[in-house]
Design a protein. Sequence first.
Lengths: 110, 110
Amino acid sequence: MQQAQPLDRIFLALADPGRRGMIEQLARGPATVKELARPANMRLPSAVKHLRVLEEGGIVVSRKAGRTRTYAMRRDAFSPVNDWVSARETALDAAFDRLAQAVADMPEEE
Amino acid sequence: MQQAQPLDRIFLALADPGRRGMIEQLARGPATVKELARPANMRLPSAVKHLRVLEEGGIVVSRKAGRTRTYAMRRDAFSPVNDWVSARETALDAAFDRLAQAVADMPEEE
DNA sequence: CCGATGGTTTCCGTAAATGGAAACTATTGG
DNA sequence: CCAATAGTTTCCATTTACGGAAACCATCGG
């Protein structure tokens, strides 16, 4: 029983369509919990939980002013995703290049 | 009860450290189920399930020859992720630009 | 001060993910 | 044909995710 890694939380946060919808909205500008709950077709308690997942994933930040809490995207929200994916793509391209080279080095048949 | 969307399956597939480890291995070249199970410290049945998740997410493909099944990465494995993330980053950059512009347009204080 | 509002927490039921044991199938090697 | 091997399926137990109802807390408006 070990605590989840950062990438675990980020990808898990992105794996839910409701949360991705919230991200799409927040990418256009900050919003309160209520403003995020309505278009996602959720009750407030569900919205609060989803937003906590997004915040624990390091995707959004929030600040409470009075009785309203406002959420906003982090500028580096997708950095871990981009870094991890880029590294895999680099390795993947190299692997395909090696394969292509091996094919080119094969003696022709007939 | 609606079937999961493609992005749901992809992000869910990436949310597990064992599966990400398999991806890192496969990005360096194809491998069989057994070869993937050992470094991931899994039994074969678990490996089979994880690999099915990766395949249903469109991240890997497999082919069975004789009694061994070989897995390989798809070249466009991360295209949906890159597309979705890029779109959000574009919107996010625009939102921050608008904010910066609004700040620049504010009358100076004292 | 009182009611309405925005948010939060607790509790509950349902659904899904995870992991392994065991049993089964299909192929390979001798 | 027999034994070992690679994979697959089924079953089971544990854990976690998900969504809403209800109750609770803090704050704003009059």
